[in-house]
Design a protein around this ligand. Structure first.
Ligand SMILES: *Cc1c(COP(=O)(O)O)cnc(C)c1O
Length: 289
């Protein structure tokens, strides 16, 4: 396996960064998770744009243009001959001293690209649907750590994930500060009822997969709503599913012990999943090797 590290494609064993990297010491950095389908990188521009927005807020300059970052992703995929894969693009603050101050990071940011294959949840759950629970840890508030930042600091989500797995569930629903539905630890939440597909407008990362699902829903004339969603509404939804680059689209059939709809993946979920698969076949930046 070849890893892109600061301008070079190196062997996995040689892909190492300093223990003084503030990405390691403090979670100071930005990342993206991206997928490619049959030699097409899905929504690559959107991912690169979001990466640069995170870096802009963190004031990290990768010393690469967006075009060059785009080419980093394609070169890593080519080097590993990956047709269908998951891409992890990381820009960490770089090497500094033991203090927090990014100005003391004399080195350049570390730019890393890893390409691999992953499925987030066990395959059978995509067929049967998954059960999830709400957890005590709430989403970071926007004025502390804005959910829009896809930063290397994921403790908020990791704590929630641990609460779910500790109770025997694969995934957690995190509420935002007022107790409305926020999102899961790496996925956005959707519910469907009476012809309307709803997703929270606050307390969530604006996922690129979620945006694609909202577009597809509008195209097949399903009404969409972005706003406050309560647990009560989620429990009484006809259908529910999660979206994310790693997870893709996974049906949810139980939340906090309440059965959702018929207790199996619903027709709208299946329709959107099918439309999403069609989209990944034609959308995307092409590459070859
Ligand atoms: C990455 C991520 C998502 C999903 O976003 P996509 O752009 O669809 O991959 C949702 N929530 C969190 C917390 C994430 O980190």
């Amino acid at each position: 396996m070849k890893i892109y590290l600061n301008g070079k494609l190196v062997d996995k064993r040689e892909a190492k960064v300093s223990v003084f990297d503030h990405g390691f010491l403090y979670g100071d950095g930005a990342f993206e998770g991206i997928r490619s389908y049959n030699c097409r990188v899905f929504r690559l521009k959107e991912h690169i744009d979001r990466l640069y927005e995170t870096m802009h807020t963190l004031m990290i300059d990768p010393h690469l243009t967006k075009k060059q970052m785009n080419d980093v992703v394609l070169a890593t995929l080519r080097a590993n001959k990956i047709k269908d894969g998951y891409i992890r693009l990381i820009v960490s603050r770089g090497e500094g001293d033991l203090g927090l101050d990014p100005r003391k990071c004399f080195g350049r940011p570390n730019v890393i690209c890893i390409t691999d294959k992953i499925t987030l949840y066990p395959p059978e759950l995509y067929q049967q649907g998954m059960a999830i629970i709400t957890v005590p840890t709430v989403k970071n508030v926007p004025n502390a750590l804005n959910p829009q930042l896809k930063s290397l600091n994921y403790l908020n989500n990791i704590l929630a994930k641990m609460e779910a797995t500790h109770c025997g569930y694969n995934e957690a629903v995190m509420l935002e500060e007022n107790g409305y539905i926020g999102e899961c630890t790496g996925d956005n939440v959707f519910i469907y009822k009476d012809g309307v597909l709803s997703t929270p407008h606050l307390g969530r990362l604006k996922g690129i997969t979620a945006a694609a699902i909202l577009e597809l829903a509008a195209k097949i004339k399903i009404k969409v709503f972005e706003g406050y969603i309560t647990r009560h509404e989620m429990y009484n939804a006809g259908e529910c599913f999660l979206t994310g680059t790693a997870a893709e689209l996974i049906p949810i059939v139980k939340v906090d012990g309440r059965t959702i709809g018929e207790g199996r993946p619903g027709p709208v979920t299946k329709k959107l999943l099918d439309a999403f698969h069609q989209l990944t076949k034609k959308d995307g930046v092409k590459y070859s090797f």
